[in-house]
Write a protein that binds this ligand. Structure first.
Ligand code: LMR
Length: 360
């Protein structure tokens, strides 16, 4: 059910050596400005679905600059933002087919390739803050999740944040009753769909690129996203109310195609991975700022009413969606949930120990 008039996309231009050589010769001389330009010998195509002025968009640009700088342009990175090349519906398949070399989908979108355990991260009100998220993503659980991608011909390279999600609609969403009967756009995640149903809303799964238009046409009434996505998609122009619920986390995993990755020389793999790990750190640093700047821009624009949801109201919302974890335990896998709970309670005890004396 498509409402956009997106230009026809090239279907599955799988990179044979010939096509890659054609791209590389076309690229010769076009890598990052000011470089003593080596003839690019490796092309890395990085596709993503969001705008450039977002944590992911800025991370992709930084990655391109670092890799091209460090290789003097020998490795060329082609970034395709805004779903230009592939979108939610086909970016993973394109990666598996080798039609693209790197993607960074939201952790909510791995269920569709058969890894619903990634929806752990979608459980509402699970993380107290981003340090808790990183405890998981940078710990054994996070690594195990990435390793599971090998079975799908993919290589999981790391994680980074966007941040906490807020709710938007054409009315304030401060209490469970406010959600009654609303059609809410969601990512392709069983956990998020259950969260909306448990709140009394109707989840509608749509690609990110179709969200703004679906809100504008009334196909859906509302949605959830971190503010950087809400602002850069100008959803404020089609939603009268943004409620600051911080009810769930949105983050990404960077994934490559196993054949492409193993085809690289060991030196290039190390160089690319080194640059990527630095960029993941950079992205986590700017994620909060990007969301704060977007909130400031929204306040300045005055286009949408911003509701600060109180701790008591958040408590009500949290209690209302508590059953989701139990409901989705089979889908995610009880063993994964147990591991997550274990990692988070370790984090909380470590935080308690680290807290200055007298602070709970
Ligand atoms: C969404 O579909 O809402 C987000 O996952 C988009 C993104 O990649 O941040």
């Amino acid at each position: 059910m498509s409402h956009t008039t997106a230009p026809a996309r090239p279907r599955w231009t799988v990179a044979t050596d010939t096509t890659r050589r054609q791209w590389l010769s076309a690229l010769a001389g076009t890598t990052t400005a000011g470089l003593s330009r080596a003839e690019p010998s490796v092309l890395l195509r990085f596709s993503h679905v969001v705008a450039e002025e977002t944590p992911k968009g800025l991370a992709a640009k930084r990655f391109k600059a670092l890799v091209e700088q460090r290789t003097g342009g020998r490795i060329a990175v082609q970034v395709y933002p805004n779903g230009q090349l592939y979108g939610d519906a086909d970016e993973m398949q394109a990666l598996q087919l080798g039609a693209v070399d790197l993607v960074a989908p939201s952790l909510s979108k791995f269920g569709r390739i058969g890894r619903p355990e990634f929806e752990l991260f979608d459980l509402p009100f699970l993380f107290d803050d981003l340090t808790a998220v990183r405890r998981v993503t940078q710990g054994a659980l996070g690594q195990r999740l990435l390793q599971g991608l090998a079975r799908h011909g993919l290589v999981g390279l790391g994680y980074f944040d966007n941040g906490f999600k807020q709710m938007s609609a054409n009315r304030p969403l401060r209490q469970p009753a406010d959600f009654a009967g609303l059609r809410m756009r969601v990512q392709a995640s069983g956990v998020i769909a259950a969260q909306m149903r448990t709140l009394g809303a109707h989840p509608v799964t749509l690609p990110f690129s179709e969200t703004r238009r679906a809100l504008q046409t009334g196909l859906v009434d509302g949605t959830e996203n971190p503010i950087s996505n809400f602002w850069t998609q100008r959803m404020d122009q089609v939603q009268t109310d943004l409620s600051l619920t911080d009810h769930g986390y949105l983050g990404y995993a960077v994934v490559s195609n196993q054949r492409f990755w193993l085809h690289l020389s060991a030196t290039d793999r190390q160089l690319i991975n080194q640059a990527l790990q630095e960029v993941l750190g950079f992205a986590n640093q700017i994620a909060d700022t990007q969301n704060e700047q977007a909130l400031a821009a929204l306040r300045k624009a005055g286009t949408t009413r911003i509701h600060v949801v109180s701790a008591a109201e958040r408590g009500q919302l949290r209690r209302a969606v508590l059953p989701v974890q139990q409901q989705l335990a089979q889908r995610i896998g009880v063993e994964w949930i147990t591991q997550m709970q274990h990692a988070l309670s370790e984090h909380r005890s470590a935080a308690r120990v680290a807290a200055p004396q007298g602070n709970p």
